[in-house]
Design a protein around this ligand. Sequence first.
Ligand code: NAD
Length: 331
Amino acid sequence: DKLGVALVGLGYYSTDLLAPALQQTKNCYLAGIVTGTPAKAEAWKKKYNIPDKNIYNYQTFDQVANNPDIDVIYVVLPPSMHKEYVIRAANAGKHVWCEKPMAISAGECGAMIDACKKNKRSLAIGYRLQHEPNTQEYRKLVKQNKLGKVLKASCGAGYVENRTDHWKQNKALGGGVLYDMGVYAIQGSRLGTGLEPVGVMTAKTSTNRPQIYKNGLDETTTATLAFPGGIMVDIKTSFGENINYLNINCDKGEIKVAPYQAYAGVIADSPLGQINHPYTVPWQQAKQMDDDATSIIQEKPMLVPGEEGLRDIRIVEAIYKSAATGRPVEI
Ligand code: NAD
């Protein structure tokens, strides 16, 4: 039987990617929605044939505990709201999927993990690239030392954000590019080396648009992360520039992934040839949700559990600390 998924927050990602992907999934389907906007509830109800009893707002949300149609709550809200809704979902007895960045502090991530453990519910973070076949294949090259050891790497994730008054520019809601796109660059450093960073050597936050990125909020962040064995990884993330690469320098040549993060078309070139398994949008999101639904059905661990989201938020905190103090920070 397919698992019933309810999306919480019907913004861009739910509307354009997740709901269409849930029309392709085999192990789960769009069973319900949670929205504060009655007009959206009406439109989604018609478009996706969602029964009234599976439509909630933020006040009625906790009643989902009594709804056997809903097995999984997928939290697709601004980052500052992830903690509250993940915990409410777990306390309602539901499995939880949560978008990246997991939350805005490591403490919040810990509370989310604890709430899911206490309720014996699964928690997965929406790092879709970890489910992506091209990504999985270049990671295997690294893991199996096919090009020798990793010497250094660099990763960039950014796009030109033209909105000026979105949660991405609001610190209280989880804004700042390091949370939003920076976690992709952090993931690139970890997936590309197959290792966990031990420290931040140096970091810098900046903006060219201080009237939009106010009070020191980062529009662009750069950092050098230190990994075991002296491996250094330079990362860059920006709302002012289209950048999308992961370069992994190994003993016997370089793996170049570009675009490194995309809904389709992730390609990795190396002296061993090209990794390029094509598919169309939104297959990647469907694969992610089907993988996670299968793990729940089979009572297996999530491919990308809460602990994985927490790792990145710890690194985010260390990068901000290094940028603020001008000093290296241990992780
Ligand atoms: P969005 O702004 O388009 O949507 C956010 C939704 O939250 C809106 O429907 C909004 O009405 C609702 N909301 C409820 N309370 C709110 C409040 N107080 N302030 C602002 N909005 C409020 O954002 P999005 O791009 O859909 O992003 C949502 C989440 O999904 C974020 O965590 C983001 O990082 C993540 N995301 C992930 C990917 C991915 O590839 N994995 C892509 C895009 C977004």
